[in-house]
Design a protein around this ligand. Structure first.
Ligand SMILES: Nc1ncnc2c1ncn2[C@@H]1O[C@H](COP(=O)(O)OP(=O)(O)OP(=O)(O)O)[C@@H](O)[C@H]1O
Length: 275
């Protein structure tokens, strides 16, 4: 599905991504985690060819990225970026219908199958009730779900999401992640999602990929990646590892340093209590 081998690249002369390798299988749901500026968004951009690589290779569906015609790739890969430019004058159903454009020939009208894909995507993302509303009048969370619906309408094989739950309340976070998990399990879609919430990532993603300064520093199941020493080093803050009370998932507890009088990592505190 996706295979990245020894990728180095970025925006200017100093690379953001450094010797990065990873692969994704069909049907996987993987969460990309890591501190601000570690290169998560840059990696998503690199996968769609919007960031230049100076070394290494990216292969999608078995073929090098460079040989994919843009239009053909657009039918297979959907991206939900952090800030999606959307023409504000459109209604919600029109925005979602834009997801079908890679499947339509020039000047071709939507077919019944396209309209059905749009309806299904709106249903899944819980935005059908918003269909007639102007996009400009929606809340941040509503907009985020509409943009997700547009990506789902595209019916991609690979879905790349940059913080898809950042504006969502807990009810909608659970809804969206349940939806993504279902699409991977039952639908065979592959999802790579940037998530800042480590507990949400732990609960939903069977695989976590931790980036630090443009490199993969841990890659595996939550029980393996969510270890206190690596999280404390990478994020520069104290954590206590526990278990989710009802699910087979590690839980990451934060410590307010000043309030708890806890020195920052590396200040000689005994490791007791921190896993
Ligand atoms: N368009 C750009 N031009 C130049 N440098 C950029 C650009 N976009 C990002 N960077 C730099 O690349 C590095 C990685 O940024 P990136 O947005 O990939 O990080 P991130 O892990 O997604 O961060 P965050 O969690 O804050 O969203 C940062 O140092 C950032 O300043």
């Amino acid at each position: 599905m996706l295979s990245i081998d020894d990728l180095t690249g970025g925006y200017g002369t100093a690379p953001v991504l450094r010797h990065l390798s990873l692969g994704l299988q069909r049907g996987e749901l993987a969460a990309l985690i890591g501190p601000n500026g570690s290169g998560k968004s840059t990696l998503l951009r690199a996968i769609t060819g919007r960031v230049r690589s100076s070394a290494g290779t990216i292969r999608l569906f078995g073929r090098p990225l460079a040989v994919w015609p843009v239009a053909e790739l657009a039918r297979r890969v959907a991206v939900v970026a952090q800030e999606e430019p959307v023409p504000f004058t459109f209604r919600v159903d029109e925005v979602v219908a834009m997801g079908r454009s890679p499947h339509l020939k020039r000047f071709q009208r939507e077919r019944e199958g396209d309209r059905e894909a749009v309806r299904r995507a709106m249903e899944r993302a819980g935005v059908r009730v918003l269909a007639d509303r102007p996009f400009s009048e929606l809340s941040g969370g509503e907009r985020q779900r509409v943009i997700l619906a547009r990506a789902l309408a595209q019916e991609p094989a690979l879905l790349l999401l940059d913080e898809p739950t950042s504006h969502l309340d807990i009810g909608h976070q659970v809804e969206v992640l349940d939806l993504l998990a279902g699409l991977c399990h039952a639908g065979g879609m592959t999802v790579l999602a940037v998530l800042h919430d480590l507990n949400l990532a732990s609960l939903y993603a069977p695989r976590l990929i931790l980036l630090d300064r443009g490199q993969v520093v841990a890659d595996g199941p939550p029980s393996q990646v969510l270890a206190a020493p690596v999280l404390e080093r990478v994020y520069g803050t104290r954590v206590i590892l526990g278990r989710h009370p009802a699910a087979e998932a590690p839980a990451v507890h934060l410590l307010p340093l000043r309030a708890a009088g806890v020195p920052a990592p590396g200040n000689g505190l005994p490791g007791e209590g921190t896993a």
